[in-house]
Every structure is written in C-alpha cells, then in structure tokens.
Design a protein around this ligand. Structure first.
Ligand code: HEC
Ligand code: HEC
Length: 405
C-alpha cells in the first residue's frame, strides 16, 4: 500500500517536473525568435516603419544621357518599403528547409550566402537529388530587377518564388501543404502576426504573406559598396592602375561589355542572344524564345549582373565556364563560334570579335573582381522556427529527410 502511494507521489512529481520543463523550454524557444525592429544596413527607416534604400547612387538623376558605361549613372527603382519585421521573417523563411516538401532543402541550399547567393554548381540540385537544367543566379541586388530567371519568365519576385517552391524538381511543395506546415508551427504563427500587425489574432498564415516576407528579405541583399563604387564616387585610389585599365577596356567601344552590363547594376536587364555553348552532350537551351514565343529570342538570356561575379563560378545559364577568365574569353573567340551546326540564332550585334590580347583579358578579369562587396551579408540564423537543421551539406540532407513532415 505504502509502496503504491510512494510510486504515485513520485509519478506526480516527475510529471510535474516534465510539464514545467516543457513550458519553460517552449518559452525559451519562443523568445529566441524575435524579429528585428530596425532596418538592415543600407536602408533608412521611415516614420511608418518601412525600410527605404539609401545609396550614394540616388543622387544621380537619370539612367540616360550619361554615355555607355558612365560611372555616375542612376539606379533603377527598387522594390523596397518593407518593414524590418517582414525582412527578418523572410530571413528565417529563406533559411528554413520546412519550405520544401521533404524538409530537406531551403532557398539557401541553392542560394548560399558564402557563395555569392549561388551554389557553385553548373546545374543546381533540387529535392530527391534532381538536377535542374540551369545554374542558380546570384541574389545580390535582385530587388532592382524587373524580370526574373535566366529566360525572364517571371515579372515579380513574388511570382518568381512559386517556381522553386512548387516545382517537383526544386522544393516540391504545394501551397496547401506549405501553409498547413507553417500554420502548425506556433513560432511561425507568432512571427507572422508580429510582421503583419493588421491581421486578426487567429488569422492563419497566407501564401501572400510568405511571398511578401521572402521578397522583403531578398530586397535587402544590396551590394553597391565595392572598390569599384568607391572609385565611381570619386575616390581614385580605390582601384589600381591595372584595374582601371580593365574598367576602360570593359567600357570601350571595342569590348562593348558595358553596353549590356551597364553600371551601376552591371546589367541593362534586357535579353541578348550570345550563342554561349551548352556543356558537352546537352541540347541547346532555347531560353527566352519560350517565354516570348519569339524565334528571334532563341537561346536568348537575361543579361546577368556582374556584381560579386568572382564568387559565383561556374558561369552562364549552363555553368559551362569554370573560371571568370574563360567566361570573358568566350567573347573573344569570334561571333557565333559556339553555335551548334544547323542552328540559326539572331546574335546580338554587340557580339563580335573584339580581338582583345591576353593582357587585356587579364585586366578585364582584374576589374571584374573589384565588383566584390559582401558588406551587407545578412546573418545566417543559428536556428530556424521549424527546428529543422539548415541543409547545406549532404549529411544534413539525409538527416532531415527522415523527420516527419
Ligand atoms: C534547387 C535549387 C534552388 C532552390 C531550392 C531555390 N532556387 Fe532560386 N534559383 C535556382 C535556379 C537554378 C534558378 C534559375 C532558374 C532559371 O532561370 O530557369 C533560380 C532563380 C532564382 C531567382 C531569379 C534571379 C534572377 O536574377 O533572375 C530568384 C529571385 C530566386 N531563385 C529566389 C529563390 C527563393 C526565394 C527560393 C526559396 C523559396 C529559391 N530561389 C530556391 C535554384 C534554386
Ligand atoms: C549583347 C549583350 C552582352 C555583351 C556585349 C556582353 N555580355 Fe556578358 N552576358 C550577356 C548575357 C545575355 C549573358 C548570359 C548568357 C548565357 O547565360 O548564355 C552574359 C554573361 C556574362 C558573364 C557570366 C555571368 C554569370 O553570372 O554567369 C560574364 C562574366 C560576362 N557576361 C562578362 C562580359 C564581358 C567581360 C563582356 C565584354 C567583353 C560582356 N560580358 C559583353 C550579355 C552581354
């Protein structure tokens, strides 16, 4: 009798201790996810809690009339005006593998901060080890772009996102599945009500809010403070004599790089047909022909930015060039030299044969490296609200795959 009583008392004490631990650990977990209430560097906070870009380039008024490759050219309008809380929530979502169907892959799995927000692969790899057809572009300065993907098939960041999120070969989820998962995580429900204060207390998380938060975070990835920018703002010592030589070749009427890779973003955001090769054995990627149903755009691709280009090898939509020098040398090998036999491509008229010397190619490469600037790299969260591990490595990939959804 006594024994049973003792047993019951011990059981009650243990249960109590367990409950106390559970509540305590929930509280500490919850409090570890507080959204930042100030704007990231490079943004000014307005009175109504929005982050507006603040850049030296905003003092220049026009994109036109400054000559090709002009140093003091204005920036295009940016997709900014998000609140600090939305940006920070987007950061958690970006690094959280819960966004993928099998909890194995986050956006950062293919857009890694330490690799210029690309992934170092010629062809990115989605869930279930499925290889994609193209390489992952950088996300630096995406907030300034007006079309997305190599073939410009999306016209807003919010539209772009449904690509990776719901494509079976990328993150493989569905809107219903994704929202059900997020709404089941207390931390996320709390964070979304902080980031979107207008909603009712028991409102559920919507796809619109997920996309808005991710877009907010992506817009904060601004890179406009490289040595090149210091030079452009008048600090001449920022570049060496050889780098200045490279800049001058880059914007010369011989090389014509700046016609398409126009400063300050180093893209004019247009489509151009270059005739870059595909890796051995792969068919021609028709690129923008499909988007615009226009055969003159066959194998045309969006001019990519060259910001942080030193970090994002391999190069081109197909990742066919392993080094920056190889990528630059492509332009020097003669107009149409890599176009497959029997293909008729409408090559852009600025693609020709500039006959740069080896010395000049090296200087252009020197110059391109001056576009490195990762000052505003956001902090990778130590934990994400789902409690899943970030999957930058294959072992983490396998570990997460076995967890329940
Ligand atoms: C499986 C790898 C992978 C994952 C995961 C992934 N991406 Fe991408 N991302 C790519 C590839 C590859 C492209 C280019 C595809 C194309 O152009 O057809 C791309 C393109 C983009 C672009 C267009 C950039 C530009 O310059 O046009 C943005 C923006 C982007 N991804 C954001 C995201 C976000 C946000 C997530 C998470 C919701 C994400 N990506 C998840 C591989 C990935
Ligand atoms: C007619 C417009 C045009 C001109 C001129 C031009 N480019 Fe490009 N550049 C592009 C396009 C479009 C791509 C993407 C092509 C692809 O993926 O097949 C590209 C890609 C690149 C890349 C790889 C970027 C990446 O993220 O993979 C580098 C580096 C580059 N160009 C440098 C240069 C240099 C240096 C010059 C001058 C010698 C130059 N470009 C001239 C349009 C142009």
């Amino acid at each position: 009798m006594r024994r049973t009583l003792l047993f019951i008392v011990i059981a009650i004490v243990l249960f109590g201790a367990f409950k106390f631990y559970q509540t305590y650990s929930m509280q500490t977990r919850r409090s570890s996810f507080q959204l930042c209430d100030h704007c990231p560097p490079g943004f000014e906070q307005t009175a109504d809690n929005r982050c507006k870009l603040s850049s030296m380039y905003q003092q220049f008024s026009s994109l036109k009339g400054k000559g090709v490759g002009g140093l003091q050219t204005a920036l295009p309008e940016m997709h900014d005006g998000f609140s600090p809380q939305q940006i920070d929530l987007g950061r958690y979502l970006f690094f959280d593998p819960v966004l993928s169907a099998d909890n194995s892959l986050s956006c950062a799995g293919c857009h890694k901060p330490e690799m210029g927000f690309a992934d170092g692969l010629a062809h990115s790899v989605g869930i279930n080890h499925r290889q994609l057809k193209r390489s992952a572009p950088t996300l630096w300065n995406v907030g300034f772009l007006n079309s997305f993907f190599w073939d410009a098939r999306a016209s807003s960041m919010e539209e772009q996102m449904s690509g990776p999120l719901f494509s079976p070969s990328e993150m493989g989820s569905t809107p219903e599945k994704l929202l059900a998962k997020l709404n089941n995580i207390d931390e996320y429900r709390q964070l979304f009500s902080t980031a979107f204060p207008g909603r009712k207390k028991d409102d559920t998380i919507s796809m619109l809010e997920v996309c808005r938060s991710l877009a907010a975070f992506e817009s904060s990835l601004v890179s406009l403070n490289s040595r090149y920018d210091h030079y452009a703002m008048g600090y001449h010592e920022a570049l060496s004599a050889q780098e200045i030589e490279g800049l001058n070749i880059f914007r010369s009427f011989v090389a014509r790089c700046a016609e398409c890779h126009t400063p300050p973003l180093f893209t004019n955001q247009q489509i151009a047909v270059l005739g870059t090769p595909e890796p051995e054995g792969l068919p021609l990627d028709i690129g923008a022909e499909k988007t615009f149903r226009d055969s003159t755009m066959r194998a045309g691709f969006k001019v990519p930015t060259l910001r942080n280009i030193d970090k994002t090898a391999p190069y081109m939509h197909s990742g066919v060039f392993a080094t920056l020098r190889e990528a630059v040398d492509f332009y020097n090998k003669g107009r149409g030299h890599a176009v497959p036999k029997g293909e008729k491509l409408y090559l852009h008229w600025h693609i020709w044969d500039p006959k740069l010397t080896d010395y000049e190619i090296d200087r252009v490469v020197d110059f391109l490296k001056t576009l490195d600037d990762e000052t505003f790299t956001p902090q990778v969260p130590a934990h994400v609200p789902s409690g899943l591990k970030e999957t930058h490595t294959l072992s983490a990939y396998n570990q997460n795959k076995n967890k329940t959804e």
